[in-house]
Ligand binder design. Sequence first.
Ligand code: OGA
Ligand code: MN
Length: 287
Amino acid sequence: MPIQINPLSPSMGAEIIGADFSKPVSDEDFTAILQAFYDYQIIAIRDQHLSPADQIAFSRRFGALEDQLNARYILPEQPEILVLSNDVKPDGSPVGLIDAGDFWHTDSSHRPLPSMATILYSLKNPNEGGDTGFANMYAAWEVLPADMKQLLEGRRAVQAVSKFKNKRVAASERRPDAQEKYTEQLAIPDALHPAVRTHPVTGRKALYVSQRFTIGLEGMTEEEADPVLDFLFEHQTRPEFVYYHRWHDNDLVMWDNRCVIHRATGGYTYPDVRLMHRTVIAGDTPF
Ligand code: OGA
Ligand code: MN
């Protein structure tokens, strides 16, 4: 049976049916899946039954893996995998990171080399909530007014990791170590990346700012940049660019951080458990 590729929404995303990454996947199927990733920006490979080693092997087919930024919730035997969960151990300690990605962002845009792609493997979904929102940054760029495009072309945006540098976001109340962590991160230098980047494979342009990490625009004062950023953050999440992924158990979802922003929507409460295994493909310098 050949694999099936079905679009998930008018804006982007495709589900892939009939692949099994617990076994070797033919080059032909892999090429079709890679093409779907470029065409649809997000792929949801359904019904996978993967050990951590299987997920790492799958991920490595796309490139080198990025170190997980949060060392506290990695798997001890497989440090390439970060656990996202609201579950708790018998002693009351958290099983995983509880609040990954609560504001719109693209992964690691605050680092000199931002992530190429992120892969989430869904082991358990809550009965309610837990959807992930995605927005298409090719589409957001394409329909920007000409004067806005002109202002952004060739200009870099300032990307900061600490939430304490960003007046548009708030620290999650659910994270016990938030104060300490965001204070510590104040010392990490901001990254500067093009506000509009060119995808190295498709050649298409994508808006590359986000509410979570972008705090300024190079060559502009805060007073000048603020109305532009406010406009862009509103614009980039217009409903026609957005797709909300409602997870199935055993979905293996991979998105392209070079042309998609995303966010966790929450909406679930323990003991309704969500459990994900996360791997990240390293990227290169945005241009
Ligand atoms: C991430 C992320 C969102 C989610 O893993 O990078 O932002 O819905 N996750 O878990
Ligand atoms: Mn994220």
